[in-house]
Design a protein around this ligand. Structure first.
Ligand SMILES: [Fe+2]
Ligand SMILES: [Fe+2]
Length: 282
């Protein structure tokens, strides 16, 4: 376990569901106070890739929790309801830690609050007006994306060598996204979710996450003093670099389009075990 990480296992969750989940909830006490703006090995573009996702996570994860809760209210499946307790607990903790990181961005001189507020209002509006089946299919799709990105992060040298607090944040979140990757998918299926709706939700999730996260990356690079053109070029180079470093990334993302797909078809247990050992968590 790293010095700055205080880890507590807890089964106390803010949910009305009963029973224990085999998905553990871990409260992390990350200390982000000395994280520099280029925490990803001196690369601003690569650091901002995580910053962009970081800005999306808290409200996005609250959207996911609402969608899964609405789905669970429609089904009778005690095992799945029990497992979902872990999902709610993990996503709650992710939102807490990622929101804490907002202060670091501010300390490092970035201005993002009004834009973030606008985006969050949009997510909340969608949460309230979209049909439950669509919200759930978006959530199942987004959870596939976060599990794939999680496995990519656990297999990434750049993440491994980044600032320790950021490395621990990213790897902890990655482990837990993989641990609960099938919950939203299973709830979607149990509520009668169809294949076309599953694919439609996934495409919406990919599009929204791509548009908003690249918007934030470019905006943060502009605040670093890069021109619009330079920011675009840096972003493109870091995306190409990522695809080059992780040749199976595209394949893992497109696997979701197979009608027979299930999240558990992909086995990331080796990567998860290694990262858990290093973080000292069970
Ligand atoms: Fe999460
Ligand atoms: Fe998740």
């Amino acid at each position: 376990m790293t010095q700055k990480t205080k880890i507590q296992q807890t089964k106390v969750l803010e949910t009305k569901l009963s029973g224990d989940s085999t998905i553990p909830v871990r409260k992390m006490g990350f200390d982000f106070s000395d994280v520099p703006k280029d925490y990803m090995n001196g690369s601003l573009a690569e650091s901002h890739f995580f910053d962009g996702l970081n800005l999306l996570f808290p409200e996005g994860e609250r959207f996911f929790m609402r969608a899964v809760r609405n789905g669970l209210n429609k089904i009778e499946d005690p095992d799945l309801k029990q497992q979902a307790r872990g999902f709610f607990g993990q996503e709650t903790q992710h939102a807490i830690e990622h929101e804490k990181f907002f202060d670091v961005l501010e300390q490092n001189g970035y201005e993002f609050r009004p834009k973030l507020e606008k985006m969050n209002k949009f997510i909340i509006k969608m949460r309230d007006i979209l049909p439950h089946s669509l919200s759930l299919s978006i959530t199942a799709g987004a959870e596939h994306l976060t599990a794939v990105l999680g496995a990519t992060a656990l297999d990434d040298e750049g993440v491994e060598n980044s600032h320790p607090a950021m490395r621990d944040l990213i790897q902890w979140h990655a482990i837990e996204e993989i641990e609960h990757k099938s919950i939203a998918f299973d709830v979607f299926k149990a509520t009668g979710g169809s294949y076309p709706m599953r694919v439609f939700g996934y495409l919406n999730a990919l599009l929204f996450i791509h548009i908003t996260s690249t918007y934030f990356v470019k905006d943060l690079l502009r605040q670093d003093g890069y021109s619009k053109r330079e920011a675009k070029k840096l972003l493109k180079a870091s995306q190409q670099n990522m695809l080059k470093k992780h040749p199976t990334l595209r394949q893992s993302l497109t696997a979701y389009f197979k009608p027979s797909f299930h999240p558990n078809n992909i086995d990331e247990s080796g990567l998860v075990g290694k990262a858990m050992d290093r973080l000292g968590i069970a």
